[in-house]
Ligand binder design. Structure first.
Ligand SMILES: [Zn+2]
Length: 225
């Protein structure tokens, strides 16, 4: 799968559903961050028209008790990756989509200003589908080819305590390892991050329980370093 983002900020050949929930990025603000989310409406139900309806302000608040709570939310994301790997675009990359809310990344606030929001159809408690990783990786490479992307983060990373998506079952190592770092012209930061994925790492949000014996072994190993 190869994707290309054109000068209008649209992914070529990708279904485009223009959401009104966007505006201009601040002047001179480059696209430097990819924020990964997960969403399903109602939670745990996949394949319906509700996510698109939400981003188009057409979600019927009476159709499900959960929708009433969404009230007058005006939200969007640049992209949605459906369970079957289909990519849908809602906001041109040149515009600011309303996906991260109150947020900051490495001390820099208002992530919407300088990020691309990608929603994966899913929940915090469901493994994502292989096709979703393939599409996400292809999209990351396409974005990295035309914007100075410095990093990728989860919504939970930029809004900790407030947001939990994409959740502990999002496999960062798998995603980063899928980024083809052999091609030239990639942003070094993304290349470094992809290389880091080759080191054994635990998924985010999961912490290794260190027993006394492993701690002791590590102390012994560290002697003389
Ligand atoms: Zn989110």
């Amino acid at each position: 799968m190869k994707l290309r983002i054109n000068e209008q900020g649209l992914a070529e050949g990708v279904r485009y559903v223009p959401s009104p929930n966007c505006d201009d990025r601040p002047a001179g603000c480059a696209v430097e961050l990819i924020v990964i989310h997960s969403i399903s409406l109602p939670p745990g139900k996949f394949g319906g028209p509700e996510i698109e309806a939400l981003f188009m302000n057409r979600l019927d608040p009476g159709a499900h008790p959960y929708f009433a709570a969404l009230g007058e939310l005006r939200v969007s994301a640049h992209f949605l990756v459906r369970r079957d790997g289909e990519l849908v675009q809602f906001v041109p990359c040149t515009k600011r989509a309303w996906h991260a809310g109150a947020s900051s990344f490495k001390g820099r606030p208002r992530c919407n200003d300088y990020s691309i929001g990608i929603e994966l159809e899913g929940t915090d408690r469901t493994a994502f589908a292989p096709g979703q990783y393939q599409t996400l990786a292809a999209l990351t490479l396409a974005l990295n080819a035309c914007y100075p992307i410095r990093d990728m983060a989860g919504h939970s990373d930029v809004a900790p305590g407030r947001k939990t998506d994409p959740g502990p079952l999002f496999d960062w190592k798998r995603y980063l390892a899928m980024l083809d770092i052999k091609r030239p012209g990639r942003n070094p930061a993304v290349v470094e991050k992809a290389k880091g994925a080759r080191r054994p790492a635990l998924p985010r949000g999961m912490y290794k329980v260190q027993t006394k014996s492993t701690a002791a072994r590590r102390r012994v190993k560290n002697v003389g370093r």
